[in-house]
Design a protein around this ligand. Structure first.
Ligand code: PEP
Ligand code: MG
Length: 582
């Protein structure tokens, strides 16, 4: 048995036999064509070009139909890349002037651009290089007259193991046969990772070299929650995971029945549970599981796969789609949280060149530094707000001045729309994410000016403990159980209570059932969670009284180490909802 650790990008456990996709080292040697054959070679290239364009358009259609326009946009971006006149001219020139073979010319030009992206020292751009490698593969396959057919021909369930999966391959995976996938390469936030999450296929990426040690048919356990891949597990491990998977399935089936029950504690205290989404298509994951609305719509994902800033209409359509699914329930639209690791190519001009992007131009700072971009989004939000109960939320607010400036921007946009006689809604609640220690410290002041708070524990933990959780050297320090975080939540809740404004928690902490009693005990009455965890959180809510939750929170406040908080809360969860403890 061998255990390999990677990056968990899509949750769930899969057990099955491996299907190993060839590493496809497509680097091709320098090859020439005879001078007299150059024209024929150019024609061959153009034919391959047309095939590849048609193939990408087909992928765009499939992804748009299955997952929505935002996913289709990934392939639209590929198409635009492909149709870049300079790129094509460069390839044709190599064939024409240097008599290179089409394969070699394509490979050389696409790899040159991919390497440039990789070497810019920017994680986002480096991950976009994968899109160019995707194009290179397509070209080479088309020129060689072959395709990676295996994926289209599955007729029994497998776990896919590959060096990497391209976004197009991922969008076409059939969850009926693909139980999960693990890749040697890949990163959090890559298109492949995002697509896996949207398809709800368990996935672990960035595992490092493993293909050499494996063969098709090997038994694999893929733990998309912990980011683990276990190869040829021993009997004990297999039994443990099988039991876990079986229990998870039984629990999931049982939990489905809870989706229509009102979300209230045993003693009748209502706890509102909302969904977190990145794409409009995910609304169905939320409605199916009984969400009471959307507590966090991460709109920056509208930029995924786009070369240009999305137009006001693209923004509007996305918001309208979410609001049509929830016409009567709250939908919290978080304004763009671009920056740090979330940089689209189109934002190159406003990228903070800081060597430390997490402390640079991101979230509301970036929005305030680019008024046209920010106003475009706000116009669409205000217009779409006519369709439902929209709330606007600003990310990464550090100071009162920023909040006031951002709110002023909403006012400016409202005045513009009024002047232009474009219908919009005026009375939209405006709130903020509390995800920086400065916002916690000043929460009493903020609470007098904002309509609601939403605590973003993902960033709050990172900025409080000074820990980048994607850095394995320090990720052990990253814990929702840290006593410092507990105190911060308490401060924010007290400030909100004082001014009578609602406070929710929308970071990952609220999606972990272990922390539900603590959050409720600290006074939180609204949780916004990853869609597939909605039923689990609801189960804890239904199984708990307020008094119990307060007692649990009271005990946690006596503890001074994350480790102790975690083990205490795990023990309590075991008593409240034993089947949720793995
Ligand atoms: C957070 O920081 O907790 C949060 C919800 O925002 P994001 O994960 O999008 O940074
Ligand atoms: Mg955040």
């Amino acid at each position: 048995m061998e255990q390999k650790r990677g990056i968990a990008v899509s949750p769930g456990v899969a057990i099955g036999s491996a299907m190993v996709l060839g590493r496809e080292d497509l680097r091709i040697p320098q090859r020439f064509v005879r001078v007299g054959s150059v024209d024929a070679e150019l024609a061959r290239f153009r034919e391959a070009f047309a095939t590849v364009c048609a193939e990408i358009s087909a992928h765009e259609k499939v992804a748009s139909e299955r997952l929505g326009k935002q996913y289709g946009a990934i392939f639209n971006a590929h198409l635009q890349l492909m149709q870049d006149a300079r790129l094509i001219a460069e390839i044709e020139e190599l064939i024409h002037k240097n008599s290179f073979s089409s394969e070699f010319a394509c490979s050389r030009v696409l790899r040159k651009y991919a390497k440039t992206l990789q070497n810019l020292g920017d994680q986002y751009l480096a991950s976009r290089a994968a899109d160019l490698f995707d194009l290179e593969k397509r070209f080479l396959r088309s020129l060689a007259g072959e395709r990676r057919e295996e994926l289209q021909q599955l007729n029994s369930p497998v776990i896919i193991l590959a060096h990497n999966l391209t976004p197009s391959e991922t969008a076409n995976l059939d969850p009926k046969f693909v139980l999960g996938f693990a890749t040697e390469a890949g990163a959090k936030g890559s298109h492949t990772a995002i697509l896996a999450g949207a398809l709800e296929i368990p996935a672990v990426v960035g595992v490092g070299d493993f293909l050499g040690d494996l063969s098709g048919g090997d038994m694999i356990i893929l733990d998309g929650n912990a980011g683990l891949m276990i190869v040829n597990p021993d009997e004990d491990t297999l039994t443990r995971y099988r039991n876990t998977a079986q229990r998870a399935e039984t629990v999931a089936n049982r939990l489905k029945l809870l989706s229509h029950l009102p979300s209230q504690m045993k003693d009748g205290v209502p706890i509102h549970i909302y969904g977190n989404i990145e794409f409009p298509t995910e609304v169905t994951h939320c409605t199916d599981r009984g969400a009471e609305g959307i507590g966090l719509y991460r709109t920056e994902f509208l930029y995924l796969g786009e070369d240009d800033d999305p137009s006001e209409e693209i923004h509007y359509e996305a918001y309208a789609r979410v609001l049509r699914a929830f016409p009567k329930l709250p939908v919290v639209i978080r304004t763009l949280d671009l920056g740090a690791e979330k940089f689209p190519a189109s934002m190159q001009k406003v990228i903070d060149e800081s060597p430390n992007p997490c402390l640079g131009l991101r979230g509301v700072r970036l929005a305030l530094a680019s008024p046209p971009l920010f106003k475009k989004q706000l116009r669409a939000v205000l217009r779409a707000a006519l369709l439902g109960d929209v709330r606007i939320m600003f990310p990464m607010v550090a100071t009162l001045r920023e909040f006031r400036q951002a709110r002023m921007m909403v006012q400016d946009v409202a005045e513009d729309l009024e002047e232009e006689k474009i219908p919009f809604r005026q009375d939209i609640p405006i709130g903020m994410m509390v995800e920086l220690p400065s916002a916690v410290q000043m929460a009493d002041h903020f609470a007098r000016e904002v309509d609601f708070f939403s605590i973003g524990t993902n960033d709050l933990i990172q900025y409080t403990l000074g820990v980048d959780r994607s850095n394995p050297a320090v990720s052990g320090l990253y814990s929702s159980g840290d006593p410092a975080l507990c105190r911060m939540i308490q401060t924010v809740v007290q400030a909100a209570e004082q001014e009578g404004i609602p406070v929710s928690v929308c970071g990952q902490m609220s999606s972990d059932p272990m922390y539900t009693p603590l959050l409720i005990g600290l006074g939180v009455r609204e949780l916004s969670v990853t869609p597939h965890l909605l039923p689990e959180i609801k189960q804890v809510v239904l199984s708990l009284t307020l008094e119990q939750a307060r007692e649990i929170a009271g005990h946690v406040q006596t503890l001074d180490m994350a480790r102790d908080v975690e083990s205490y809360l795990r023990g309590e969860l075991k008593k409240i909802a034993p089947d949720l403890v793995v």
